[in-house]
Structure formats: structure tokens, C-alpha cells
Design a protein around this ligand. Sequence first.
Ligand code: ADP
Length: 385
Amino acid sequence: MLSGHDWQTALAAVAGATALVVIIATIPEETPDHRTDEPAANGDLPVDAALEAIGEPILVVHHGRVTVANAAARQLLGSHIVGEDARVAIRHPGAAEHVADGSSFPVDLVGLGTLDQRWQMRVSQLGPDSRLVHLSNQTGQYAAERMRVDFVANASHELRTPLASILGYVETLTDEAGEDPALRQRFLGVVFDEARRMERLVEDLMSLSRIEAEKFRPPRTEVDLAAVAREVRDSLLTTHGNRGADIAMDIADDLPRVPGDQGQLSQLLYNLIGNAMKYGRHGTPVTVTLTPRADQLSVVVADEGDGIAPEHLPRLTERFYRVDAGRSRSLGGTGLGLAIVKHVVERHRGRLDIASAVGVGTRVTVTLPAIRDRDAASAAPEPLS
Ligand code: ADP
């Protein structure tokens, strides 16, 4: 039987969550048996209830057998584990050894639960023959770390490709090709295009990091999205194969303003309309519709291009994800446009939906919270530059 002090040690061993400290403080120093479902007479929490309430798996192993398993542990390892040999219950060779040794350093486990899960196990000594086993789910941190590593690798690769091309052409220009005016002109054109590609990439990377840095600071200035949309349309008129004439705008008269960051919303529209122009067929319409919807405003950008197969749709907003990398690059794409759109929408507490049908076209809808009439007086208008 573990004493109140042992239980306090046990719970204190479970990674120092603040909530836990509060629970420990309410556990009596010495009671005959904490492991009861009844609340303690003095109103304190019984230890089992406290363990049960902890969201991460916790086991107590006594003489090599599992004597206590909280709800999270039973869910991960099975409801039958209480009473089982710890090696059978945990079913992981490295973990079983660790529990038997009672070594206190944390160990990372792969293969517990589902295949993609990563767990960290800590073992603490409760008494000569008792151990407390705490499993903490590291899957989220692991995935975030993987994404960060992949992102750095992808960004480096995307920058190195045009850089290698620039270096190659400059080297050739300093040799014999520099003598031939026509060849020199052509090579300088390539160098310029590749340098522009690097510039676009660096600009998009900087935008992404700026938007991410402001993620938890909702924008508060009052933005006239209709005016921003017209400005973006004007700036795109002669781009993407001169498709300006294909852009059709349908903007409701009674459009409310939105609390927003004008630069970021302009970038969102620029990327969406730009994509519709790039990936849509020449001569087919690119429609931009702005409509009020209750307390919201919806922006729809639709094209009649080749469309996107359904299996790609969930991944389009990942950084550097492209359906056809060659086509994207030849059209000047960085692979970051929709990732930027997603982050801008998140910062504005909005919603992004991408619907597409192969051979029919693509329709992207962004819904943003609007400023209601009664809010308007308190929001500061932002002048259009
Ligand atoms: P990119 O710079 O490559 O255009 P985005 O992040 O803007 O990068 O888009 C990611 C990918 O999604 C594109 O490479 C393209 O394959 C696809 N895509 C985006 N918009 C459209 C569209 N309107 N029609 C068809 N495919 C699209």
C-alpha cells in the first residue's frame, strides 16, 4: 500500500503541470486508502479520481505487475492491462526494460498506439518495488518538428535551383558567349528571370513569416475589401498572358467593411485571382464575387481551368505543395501562394474552402467576419494608399 506521501511523490513525478500541483495540494498527507471512488471525508479528491482525470496515460507497476492504470492508459494499452505483467501490458521491448530498470531518464517510444504516434515515457520510483510510469504524447511536437525540417530543406532547394542557373549562365557569359551579342542578350534574359524567381520566393517567405508572427494578433483596422479587390484587379490587368480582360467583378453595393490588415487581404486576393488567371484557360472568365452574408462577407474567385483532382485538394495549402511543379514554375509560381492565403484567413478568423472539378474549373471561397453597423463607429477607418 502506498502512503499519502508516496502518492504525492508519484503525482509530482508526472511532468510538472500546474493543474497537477493544485491536485497534489489537496491530497491528504496520510490516509488509509486513497484508491476509492468516494470523495475523501474532508472533501479532498481521492487519488484515483485525480489520476483518472489526468489526460495522459499513467500506470503504477508493483512487483512487475500493473496495479493502477488511468483512463488514458487503458485507452492506449487496453482495458485488460490492470493485473497484467507490465512487459505484456506495455508490449514494447525498450519500454518494458526501462520499467524494470527503473531508470529515470525519459525514453522515446515508436510503435505504441498507432504507427504515426510518438510517445515519451518517464519512470519514477515510488518505493523499492513500485514504479510510476508516465507516457506523454509527443506526436504533435514531432510532426511540427518534421514540418519545420522539411520546410527548411524545401526552401533551400527552391532557392538553390535558380541560383545554380544564374551562376552557370554568368560563368558562360564571362567566357566565349559574352562575345556574341545575341547570345549575351538571351543569357542575360535567363539570368534576370531566375533572379526575379528568387526575389518572388524570398518575398513570399518573408510574407509567410510576418503573417505567422502576427497570428495571435487579430487585425483591427477597417478595410474596404471592394476597393482592395479593384486595386488588385488593376495591378493584374497585364499579367499572366494579358488576361485582364477575362476578369469579371461582381461586387454587392451594400458590402460591409471587414476588420483586417489591408496589405495581407490585398495579398490574399492577388494570390487567388492570380492563380485563377494562371491555371484558367485563356479567354475563359475569372469571376470575383464579393457578397455580404449575415455578419460575414464572402469572396469567391472562380475559374474555368483544368481543375484539380480531389486527392490534391487537402494538401494545396501546404508550403511548396504543387499539383504540377513544372507547370507552376513555368508560370512563375513559388508554391507558397495558397499557404499565404490560408495563414491570412486564419489570422482574420475566417474560413477557406477550395472546390474543384477536373475539366470544369476551380472555385475558392473565403468567408471573413464583417463589421456590423453597430461596430462601425468604434473601428478606425484605414485610408487606401
Ligand atoms: P503556385 O505558386 O504554384 O501557384 P499556390 O500555393 O498558389 O502555388 O498553389 C498550389 C498549387 O495548387 C499550384 O501549384 C497548382 O497546382 C494548384 N492550384 C492553385 N490554384 C489553382 C487553380 N485556380 N486551378 C488549378 N490549380 C490550382
